[in-house]
Design a protein around this ligand. Sequence first.
Ligand code: GLU
Length: 274
Amino acid sequence: MKLHQASTAAAALLVLSLTATACGKSDSGDGGDKGGKINIGVKFDQPGLGLKTPDGSFAGFDIDVATYVAKELGYDAKDINWKEAPSAERENLISNGDVKFVVASYSITDERKQKVDFAGPYFLAHQDLLVRAGDKSITKPEDLNSKKLCSVTGSTSAQNMKTELAPKADLLQYGGYSECLTGLENKAVDALTTDDSILAGYAAQKEHQGKFQLTGLKLSDENYGIGLKKGDADLQKKINDALTKMESDGSWEKAVTANFGSANYKNEPAPKIG
Ligand code: GLU
């Protein structure tokens, strides 16, 4: 090899290795989709929806929906990196490219649509209250105005309470709903508010059986969507197609029964997608 050829080859190698460095990191803003992997944001502490189990595996309706959609996009279950997506972090995780999409009891709202796009909706839940079993003092939102209420930062649940349902309640906001449960049990708080789909999962957990009850108040409509990067119409369409297929081939109904069946949760029918 002549000298100038050698240096051209070296320069080409340098460019190649620089490119490889730039793309090689798993959190390089591409949602993990280089190297056949995909990063998906889910909840880790919501039994029935998104739960990281003690053996490190993941279970729940959102996990099943995410796995189905990933498969339709060309990713096997083993190629999914599950990333925790706390309520207040979801828009950031999407905008930063840390995840390709978020399936995390994520309600479609106009405010969130300023920052991200949504596929779906794929599920309809309603805001409700979880109280201690036998507590008859809380039967409507106004009853909370003199009580301690627990919810989560960045959620529609906390927002709805503050702005309209119970503005005078003593509202405590944590990073995740599971953090409210101990407080409810030991009377540090009087109620936990979020979607009935999430509360049903907590009430049905073995360690909580007989301790809590849902009030059954349908305080809002929460249409769950799959959050994705704003402007990615191609991905949005592909996810909508996957969700449509999941409903039409019976997988949606199967996932609902498998994940909510034991929680005695009366789900709404599958919503119309798109
Ligand atoms: N679905 C509501 C929301 O997106 C409450 C549940 C949650 O925080 O994930 O804010």
